[in-house]
Design a protein around this ligand. Structure first.
Ligand SMILES: O=C(O)/C=C(\CC(=O)C(=O)O)C(=O)O
Length: 312
C-alpha cells in the first residue's frame, strides 16, 4: 500500500498514521465478506476537513481503503462518515461512487438536510445515519433534532448507527429505545473491559440488545477497547485477549445481529497502530465456528446493507 499523506493540513499532535504493509491474514474470511466499519479521510486537498472537527488526521483515501479490502480478502465495505468531516459527506459519497456497488455508506446529516440531498445519498449507496455521543468527538445535538432526522430517514429504509461510551448508556437508554429504525451500536457501546463480562455495565448492554430486537452491534475495535493487549503487531496471533469474552458473548447471544469492521484508518488511537492483517486474525477468537463467521461477515451485513441481493 502507498503511504499516508497530510496535504496542507497539520495533523493533531501525536497522531498515529495507519499501518503500511499489513500482513496477509492467516484467517481466510468467507467469500463475500463485508468490512462493515471503516472510514475515508479526505484526502484533505480534495475533500477538506470540517472546520468544527475535533481532530485532524492523516489522509486515508478510497484507493488505499480498497487496496486494503483486497489485501485482507474482503469483498465489500461500509464506509462510515468520520467526525473530522462533520456533516460534509462528499469524501464518503465519492468513495461509494468509485466502488462499483461494493460499498455502502453511513452519513452524518443535520436537521436542515433536504429530501433531494437524502435521495441523492440513497442513490449513491448511503443506508444509515450516525449519531455520535462521544463527547471528545462532537458537540451536543439536541435529541429532538436527532429524532426528527431518524423519522426522515426511516422511509428510505435506512438505520441509525449510534456511538457512545458504556457509562452513558443509562442516560441515553430512553432516547435509544424510542428510535424508530434499526439501530446499530458501534464497538459494543465501548465497554470497560477491565470490568467483569457479567458485571452490571456490560449486562445493561446485553439487556439493551436482548429487549430490543431492532438493535445490532459491531463487535469491532478490540485495539481501542483492550487494556492489557497484547497488541496486534509483530505476528501476534493472540491479540487483545481481554476483549474476547465481551465480543464472543455478543456474537454467541445475538448471532444474527452482529457486524465486524476493521475501523481502518483507526482514528485517534493513542497507544499503537495495529497491523490490520492481525486484526482479521482476531475474528476466529470471537466467532469461533464457520457458521458464526458466515453470519458475522457475510449474511448479517448483506441483510442490512444489500437486502436487494439477499434471496428470500
Ligand atoms: O472510528 C471510530 O469508530 C471511532 C472513533 C472516531 C470516530 O468515530 C469518528 O471520527 O467519527 C474514535 O473513537 O475516535
Amino acid at each position: 500500500m502507498s503511504k499516508p499523506t497530510t496535504g496542507d493540513f497539520t495533523k493533531t499532535p501525536g497522531w498515529l498514521d495507519w499501518y503500511t504493509g499489513p500482513s496477509k491474514p492467516r484467517f481466510q474470511v468467507p467469500a463475500g465478506s463485508v468490512d462493515a466499519h471503516c472510514h475515508v479521510f479526505g484526502p484533505g486537498a480534495e475533500f477538506p476537513y470540517a472546520p468544527e472537527r475535533k481532530y485532524t488526521p492523516c489522509d486515508a483515501s478510497k484507493a488505499q481503503l480498497y487496496a486494503l479490502r483486497d489485501h485482507l480478502g474482503f469483498a465489500r465495505n461500509v464506509v462510515v462518515q468520520a467526525t473530522c468531516h462533520g456533516a460534509d459527506n462528499r469524501a464518503m459519497v465519492d468513495a461509494l461512487a468509485s466502488s462499483g456497488g461494493k460499498a455502502r455508506g453511513v452519513a452524518t446529516v443535520k436537521r436542515g438536510v433536504s429530501d433531494e440531498e437524502l435521495q441523492a445519498m440513497h442513490a449513491a449507496g448511503v443506508r444509515g445515519v450516525r449519531f455520535n455521543f462521544v463527547k471528545r468527538l462532537v458537540d451536543f445535538t439536541p435529541k429532538e433534532e436527532l429524532i426528527e432526522i431518524a423519522n426522515r430517514i426511516k422511509p428510505l429504509g435506512w438505520h441509525v448507527v449510534i456511538y457512545f461510551e458504556a457509562v452513558d448508556l443509562p442516560e441515553l437508554w430512553d432516547f435509544f429505545t424510542t428510535l424508530p429504525t434499526d439501530v446499530v451500536v458501534d464497538h459494543m457501546g465501548r465497554p470497560d473491559v477491565s470490568q467483569p463480562v457479567d458485571g452490571p455495565e456490560f449486562e445493561l448492554f446485553v439487556k439493551f440488545m436482548r429487549e430490543h430486537p431492532n438493535v445490532w452491534s459491531k463487535v469491532s475495535c478490540p485495539e481501542r477497547l483492550s487494556v492489557t493487549g497484547p497488541k496486534a503487531l509483530n505476528g501476534e496471533q493472540n491479540a487483545y485477549t481481554d476483549v474476547i469474552p465481551f465480543a464472543r458473548r455478543i456474537v454467541e447471544e445475538f448471532p444474527d445481529r452482529v457486524l465486524w469492521g476493521t475501523d481502518w484508518p483507526h482514528p485517534n488511537l493513542k497507544d499503537h497502530m495495529p497491523d490490520d492483517g492481525l486484526l482479521v486474525d482476531f475474528i476466529p477468537h470471537i466467532a469461533t465456528t464457520p457458521e458464526l463467521q458466515q453470519k458475522l461477515l457475510v449474511d448479517n451485513p448483506m441483510r442490512l446493507y444489500w437486502p436487494e441481493e439477499v434471496k428470500g
